[in-house]
Every structure is written in structure tokens, then in C-alpha cells.
Design a protein around this ligand. Structure first.
Ligand code: GLA
Length: 481
């Protein structure tokens, strides 16, 4: 295999202690696995790379997908989330080339190849293409990686086993793997937090105003533990889940691609508008508030107090854009400039009460969930299940981001699991259920019989890719020979 790039050699003078600190701060550089499924996939990537580029890869980058246990649609409001990394991941074989070109291809040939200048490209928001996520990752490091001079060209082959459009964050994993690959190939040692924040920002070039959870867990995950992730500053705290239960993930098979319509951004804007109207009512400079979390900080109130404020401020009905302008004493043009994104300026009705109520109550549930895990009491699993159930109802009824198929899965799980809820952005994709260890096989069998055997799009698919239990997996890394 050709030259291997190890950025740690950039710091030959670092003491042993500094080297160790660096390796825990930065995504680890690991030896290629010698056996197992990952070894098989890496070797298939290598073969594809050789047949595509006529030389071998120099290293591999890996970034996992995630399942969020609780805390949905709150990250972009500044609130903590509770995800764990899944074992499924994006793997990427990479080598520098001498042409200043970025050549991207996918092991799955249904994804078209793409080549462009690595230093000069456009991410076309109007044309959803898989490689746009690779371009986002490159752009993140190009703009924020502090590299002197132009980037060196790269040859890349991508392979992944995170089901796309399923709410398990395959797109963010692609962005993260790319950013890590570009950083590594340019000998940059960036901390996991730094990489996560860069990736959260650069993925927004796709057009969606994501909050940062997916990128954070992809870098900050560690095996066998879920994480409470807080933002501003980004911080991950390991949480030990009570023993005796397993998280089961089931894909309802209604595809969800949040970049393909404005549903997701519309929710982000509804929360932003709710924050601004409440800020204005409280006599604050509303233009400075983009997040419900920032408003809460400014007021110094508790989450239950914020929930009460929502009910005092708004009626539980949609508000027209015109009404909102009146409440803010702003013109429609100003609202377009200060608050709304390009793809939400056409929206005329916004639900402020329900969306804000969901956010504050869901943010509260995250901390309740953590408290139950920390206390590990006798009824811990039942309490966690109840919180998950409440979370689902809130996303379904207040946030309206579920899907009838997801609701069916959650309904079927009632009584058989301890609790179940949609995970990820919603509008399709996956559900996560908390199931007693001993009941897991019977639970999966029930879903297989009552849902998947009757679901046309499940036929011919590998059942383990649509219904699986997952242990918390490790975060992003580089593999070298
Ligand atoms: C997507 C976004 C995340 C988060 C979830 C919903 O996965 O990328 O930032 O907002 O939706 O919780």
C-alpha cells in the first residue's frame, strides 16, 4: 500500500502526555481490522478503489450513523439531545492525487461518479445529489480548516451500510467522513468537537438548517454508552443506560429526505419566530433571538416556566405571516431578511404555540431521561419507556413530523415494548423502541409478522437492515495499514 499519512507526526516534539491527549481529543487513528464484517467491507472498498484509480488507497475514514433516544427537534433551538452511535457507518477509501481534482465514486453504482476541482466547485442546492454531501465536507475543511494554500486533489471511494433516508443520519456521516478524510490527508489535527462543529455548519450548504446533533455524535460517540450532547459550547457526557433493556430500531420504510422539501426548515423557522415573538413581548431586542434556548437563558426561567409562557403568549392555532409581522412590528421584507431562509419565505402560516410547546417539553424530557438513567432505580426502564412514549406523542401531535407508517409501528409496539418513538427528523424513517432484553426476539418477530411481512417495500430487503437492535458504537476514526 502506498504512503500512509499520520498527522500526529506533525508534532514530533510533543511529549508522550501531549501525544496521548491529542489522540483522545482527535478522532483516533486505528490499525485496519484483520477480520470481521468491517474488514470485509474495507477490503471491498480497496478493490473498487484499485479498479477505479489504478492504485491503492492511502487510508480509510469512518463515520457512524446514529439513533437519537430522546430529544427530537430541539438541537437547533440550543437544547441538549440524547443519541448513541449505531454500528452502521460510512467508510471511505482515500488517496491524494497530483491533479488538484476531487474524484468521488461509490461502491454502490446506483450513485453516479463525480469529479470537480477540489478548490473550486459549487454545491447545487436545487439538484439533490449524493456527492453534494461530500462537497459539503470538503468545503468545511477548506473554509475553516486553516490550511495554507490550495487543497491537494483526492481520489475517494465511498461505501456505507446506513440505510439512506431512514433518519439514521447517513448524510451527516458522509459529511463527517469526508471532512475527517480531507483533514487527515492535509495533516490537520482537529479536535472531535471542532470537526463536529465544522461539519454541522458545512452541511447547511445543502440548504437545511440542521442543529448539529448528528455530526456531534458521529465524532464524540464512544462504545457502550449513549451521550447527552449539549451545544454552545459543544459537550458530550456519557450516560450509562439501566441494565436489562435493548434499543430496537425499525424502519417504517416511508423514505424521508429532509433536504428534498422545506418541512424541516419550516419547523426551524416556526421555532425561531416563536422565540422572536416571545422576546418582543418580554421587551427584548427580538432580532437578536434565533433560538428558543437563547430566549430562555435571557429570561433565566425554567423549562416548565417557558411552557407556561408559550400558553400565555400564543393561541393554539396557526398564525399568518402578516399577523407575525404585526406582532413584531416588522415588514414582511424584514422578516424575510432577519428570520426566514430562502426556502421558507413563501410560507404563509406558522404554528408557534404547538412547536414551541413541543421544544420546551422535549428539552425537559431529555434531562428527565438522564436523571432516570443516573438514579438507576427499580422502575427506571418503565420511566424511560414512558418518556419515550410522551416524546412520540409530542412529535406526532404538536410537531407534526411523524408519518402514518411510523405511528403504526409505535402503536404495534405499545404494551410489547416499554416505549417507542420516532427517531431523527421524522416524516418517515425509523422508530426506536426500548424493549426488555428477554422480550427482544419476540418483539422483533411480532413486528416482522404484523408489519414487515405486509409492507410491500420490505420484500426482498435484508431484514437485518430494517429491524435491528443496536449497542452504542464508537465514533469516527481513521484506519491505516
Ligand atoms: C435531523 C437533524 C438534526 C436534528 C434531527 C431532529 O437529524 O440533522 O440536527 O434536528 O433531525 O431531532
Amino acid at each position: 500500500m502506498p504512503e500512509v499519512i499520520i498527522p500526529i507526526s506533525m508534532f514530533p516534539d510533543a511529549t508522550d502526555k501531549e501525544q496521548i491527549e491529542m489522540s483522545t481529543k482527535c478522532p483516533p487513528i486505528k490499525k485496519l481490522p484483520k477480520e470481521g464484517e468491517q474488514c470485509r467491507r474495507l477490503s471491498a472498498l480497496s478493490d473498487k478503489f484499485a479498479s477505479e484509480f489504478f492504485h491503492g488507497p492511502q487510508f480509510f475514514a469512518r463515520a457512524p450513523g446514529r439513533v437519537n433516544l430522546i430529544g427530537e427537534h430541539v438541537d437547533y433551538c440550543g437544547y441538549a439531545v440524547f443519541p448513541m452511535a449505531v454500528e452502521q457507518d460510512i467508510l471511505m477509501a482515500v488517496a491524494k492525487n497530483t491533479t488538484e481534482k476531487l474524484n468521488i465514486c461509490n461502491i454502490d453504482e446506483c450513485y453516479p461518479k463525480y469529479s470537480c476541482s477540489i478548490n473550486n466547485f459549487i454545491i447545487n442546492k436545487d439538484q439533490p445529489a449524493w456527492f453534494n454531501y461530500v462537497l459539503c465536507g470538503v468545503k468545511g475543511i477548506k473554509d475553516e480548516g486553516d490550511i495554507d494554500g490550495p487543497l491537494t486533489g483526492l481520489d475517494i471511494v465511498v461505501g456505507g451500510n446506513i440505510p439512506p433516508s431512514s433518519g439514521l443520519s447517513s448524510s451527516s456521516a458522509l459529511v463527517c467522513a469526508t471532512a475527517l478524510a480531507v483533514a487527515h490527508s492535509h495533516c490537520l489535527s482537529l479536535s472531535k468537537e471542532n470537526l463536529a462543529e465544522i461539519c454541522a455548519r458545512c452541511e447547511r450548504h445543502i440548504g437545511t438548517q440542521g442543529g448539529g446533533m448528528d455530526q456531534a455524535i458521529s465524532f464524540l460517540a464512544s462504545p457502550d454508552t449513549a451521550k447527552v450532547i449539549e451545544f454552545n459550547p459543544l459537550q458530550a457526557t456519557s450516560v450509562t443506560l439501566p441494565p436489562g433493556a435493548t434499543f430496537v430500531v425499525a424502519n417504517c420504510l416511508a423514505p424521508m429526505n429532509k433536504a428534498s422539501n422545506s418541512n424541516y426548515n419550516c419547523r426551524v423557522m416556526e421555532c425561531r419566530l416563536a422565540a422572536q415573538v416571545m422576546a418582543k413581548k418580554a421587551g427584548l431586542a427580538w432580532r437578536e433571538y434565533q433560538k428558543l434556548g437563547d430566549l430562555q437563558k435571557a429570561l433565566g426561567w425554567t423549562l416548565p416556566q417557558m411552557m407556561a409562557l408559550v400558553s400565555d403568549t400564543f393561541e393554539a392555532r396557526p398564525y399568518t405571516k402578516e399577523e407575525i409581522c404585526k406582532l413584531l412590528d416588522a415588514s414582511s421584507e424584514e422578516l424575510d431578511q432577519v428570520t426566514l431562509t430562502e426556502n421558507t419565505r413563501h410560507i404563509q402560516l406558522f404554528k408557534l404555540h404547538d412547536r414551541a410547546l413541543h421544544v420546551f417539553s422535549e428539552a425537559h424530557r431529555v434531562w428527565e431521561f438522564k436523571k432516570v438513567c443516573d438514579q438507576q432505580g427499580d422502575t427506571a426502564l418503565l420511566e424511560l419507556g414512558k418518556l419515550m412514549q410522551d416524546s412520540h406523542r409530542s412529535t406526532q401531535l404538536l410537531y407534526e413530523c411523524s408519518h402514518p407508517k411510523l405511528d403504526t409501528l409505535v402503536e404495534l409496539s405499545r404494551g410489547v415494548s416499554l416505549g417507542a418513538r420516532l427517531t431523527g427528523a421524522g416524516w418517515g424513517g425509523c422508530m426506536v423502541a426500548l424493549v426488555q432484553d428477554d422480550d427482544t426476539e419476540a418483539y422483533k418477530k411480532m413486528l416482522q409478522e404484523r408489519y414487515f411481512s405486509q409492507e410491500p417495500s420490505a420484500q426482498g430487503r435484508d431484514p437485518s437492515s430494517i429491524l435491528f437492535s443496536s449497542r452504542p458504537g464508537p465514533g469516527a476514526c481513521i484506519f491505516v495499514q
